[in-house]
Design a protein. Sequence first.
Length: 111
Amino acid sequence: MSQHHGAPQRYLSLMRLTAKGLAELGDSAGRRRISEERVAALGGRSIAFYALLGAYDFVQIFEMPSTEAMMQYVLTARRDGHVDPLILPAFDTQAYGGIIERIQAADIRTS
């Protein structure tokens, strides 16, 4: 069952470099290019990418056409072994506002 709701879905990926990723750090730019090509081949796009200080090494924001496309991308990236990602669905303020409105409407009906 596809989890596609019309508009592209956004995801935030928090990534930690693995031992392999650290050992091959000089190839980071090439791996990032390959990552963006893979995302595009699945019908998505990379919106932003940042290096971080702290518990995670990178954050990347994606738009993907479906949950299945995101899962395919993540499994491929994990198989490569350079990063260990934590994937989070992301909601813009309009989508979040709609969720809050539906919760409030449901509260009124149950009161």
